[in-house]
Ligand binder design. Structure first.
Ligand SMILES: NC(=O)c1ccc[n+]([C@@H]2O[C@H](COP(=O)([O-])OP(=O)(O)OC[C@H]3O[C@@H](n4cnc5c(N)ncnc54)[C@H](O)[C@@H]3O)[C@@H](O)[C@H]2O)c1
Length: 309
């Protein structure tokens, strides 16, 4: 386990859970986050928060010089497909240039980077399902393209520096602290609608499928990938449609609201499901939380968060 870790995007949904797990394991943790979608209140008091943009290399280097990290968890990103379609330039700047900057900062201290890429937005609609890591990416959105480009830098920098950087291609992550205010994150969005008794819009008529994975399972995978050189799908290998997610949450909430059905939005896939056998073999990792249990836990936690807000 690392002594001194940097978590970029540590004020975000997944990053804040990574921070908690590292602290619980005894690491000292520094968070780098520009708070564009993150919240300072999500960062555990025992971690140091530096509010800065990863595109700003001198500022990033100054923090790295202070921390001298022995591991870097790189989650900071422009993580919204719809925003990437609207402003592909900023998406590229944060996801590609920002990742290069993080690699430079980590490389100065020989620290392995664990990079969170996307499994859901990378493989395209033609990929066989479940899709394994060998499948050539064919992203439909600028977000998928920028994550793919960033992966190339991670792999190239790993080969040229000899530092074992890992790429984790995440499925659709859900869990406590997910924001209901973005364009993605159906579990949080639906939970918010149910809590307020409002009808959500189910894009693609509720038929698109995704591979939903509980955030605690993802955090265990990211820690297991530390110091491994490879590219791993991190999901469940189970395909679930949006209507099923809505029905499970509606049951957990005990609320009867009829959703509105709408067309799929630009850049969104019809289907996605990931083959996770490589992570099982090389990281000794497998997901433990079944979707029905994860959705119930998430709904209960999110309702508390909505009521506190
Ligand atoms: N949530 C998912 O289902 C999912 C799926 C696949 C991949 N991912 C990836 O996992 C990572 C975390 O995603 P999340 O769902 O927690 O999203 P999030 O938006 O909650 O977290 C991203 C964090 O990065 C910060 N950030 C954004 N731009 C930044 C910048 N320029 N400089 C510094 N900080 C910046 C944000 O403020 C936020 O705290 C992202 O890299 C995302 O692409 C997420």
């Amino acid at each position: 386990m690392s002594q001194s870790a940097i978590v970029t995007g540590g004020a975000g949904f997944i990053g804040s859970h990574v921070v908690d797990a590292l602290l619980a394991a005894g690491s000292s943790v520094t968070v780098i986050d520009d708070l564009s979608t993150g919240e300072a209140g999500r960062v555990a008091a025992a971690a140091q928060l530096h509010e800065l943009d990863i595109v700003d290399l001198p500022a990033l280097m100054a923090v790295a010089e202070e921390v001298k990290p022995d591991a870097v968890y790189h989650l900071a990103a422009q993580a919204c497909v719809v925003a990437s379609v609207e402003d592909p330039g900023r998406d590229c700047e944060v996801n590609v240039r920002g990742t290069l900057n993080v690699l430079e900062a980590a490389g100065r201290f020989g620290a392995p980077v664990v990079f969170t890429s996307t499994g859901g937005a990378l493989y395209g609609d033609e990929a066989p399902m479940p899709t394994n890591e060998e499948r050539a990416p064919a992203p439909l959105s600028p977000y998928g393209a920028s994550k793919w480009a960033a992966e190339a830098y991670v792999k190239t920098w790993s080969l040229s520096s000899g530092i074992p950087h890992a790429v984790c291609r995440l499925g659709n992550v859900y869990g406590p602290r997910q924001s209901p205010h973005g364009e993605a994150g159906v579990v949080a969005i639906f939970s918010n609608h149910l809590h307020e008794g409002r009808a959500p819009r189910l894009f693609g008529q509720g038929k698109p499928t995704r591979d939903y994975v509980y955030v605690e399972d993802v955090v265990r995978a990211l820690l297991a990938a530390t110091g491994k050189r490879g590219t791993y799908n991190i999901a469940t290998g189970v395909e679930t449609d949006v209507m099923t997610i809505w029905n499970e949450l509606r049951e957990a909430a005990g609320v009867d609201v009829e959703p509105e059905l709408a067309e799929l939005r630009p850049g969104e896939l019809q289907h996605s499901c990931l083959d996770i056998s490589l992570a099982g073999r090389e990281l000794g990792w497998r997901p433990e939380v079944p979707i029905a249990e994860g959705l119930r836990k998430t709904y209960a936690a999110l309702v508390e968060e909505f009521e506190r807000a």
